[in-house]
Design a protein. Sequence first.
Length: 353
Amino acid sequence: MRFDTPQACRQLEAAAASGTVCAARRPETHRMRKVLGYAGIGLAALSTAAAYAQGSFPAKPVRIVVPFPAGGTADVLPRIVGEELSKRWKQPVIVENRTGANGNIAASFVYRSDPDGYTTLWSPPGPLAINQYLYKTLAFDPTRFAPITILGSEPNALSVGPSSQFSSIGDIVAYARNHPGKLSVASQGVGSTSHLTAEMLQDLAGIRMTHVPYQGAVPALADVMSGQVDLFFGSLGSSFTYFKANRLKIIALTDSKRSDRVPAIPTAAESGFSELISTTWFGVVAPPNTPQDIVRKISHDVNEILKMPEVIDRFIKQGAAPMGATPEESSRFMKAEGERWHGIIKAAAITLD
């Protein structure tokens, strides 16, 4: 099985200060060596797990808080890893969905939870790296969370309806230049990565489209498939089922390399937009002041699970590439991602109350 995750390593490489190692995994040794070539981070830090203070953690059920509804990639990936953690820890690992406010409700809950490792947040970028630049006030400070690891990432897919006249990014850009504001672009909500990716394309191509925000990917995709809205940037995982059923056309991935899951779909780079790079990643954090021995224990165990072939296969089926990272790498990665999206938010003057 081919398993290339250059986007995962490229993101960690961009976030790493220097002399660190990419923790992306491959099932084959020669593939692993190739991944390590994308960044200067290895697995040495993770191999020192024996030095971590194991203590008695966990001695009771553990709660994983997910800020979005059940069924999506943001929910499925934590459940995959949670199943394996339960086996490893011999304790129940419960996934709890606390939705609303772009992930802020879940983030606030975890932020106020006891810093003992028994309640952690497993989340897409919103509450960890983006919302701080969108909202005037938050009930939590994302910079104070204790970073644990990065589960994985998936490219965003540019989708149109099955009867759409558009077959490439070039088609869309050419039409938009001749008909400013006429094209409509759906998103999962104001400030979501799908919205910000659309803003990125408009900035790069010098075009304007009409933004139509929805409450999540499912209703957005429904209106794209019916032709009510022209296009949508969403995670590959959310679009893939409809694509396979011929109810949706995916015309490009926002990455520099094609996906093994949809190898026939070109990348934005192949379409002449090499800077249109946008992935949805999934981070794991603990409440502020969580002891470092517990943070490292969780990080090590999750990262070991992300190397399991059966877990890799299940991630790939969701359209995601397992990553894995030390707490230090995770901190740098989230900070770099926040700074990158801050630039888009500032340029587009996006704010939320």
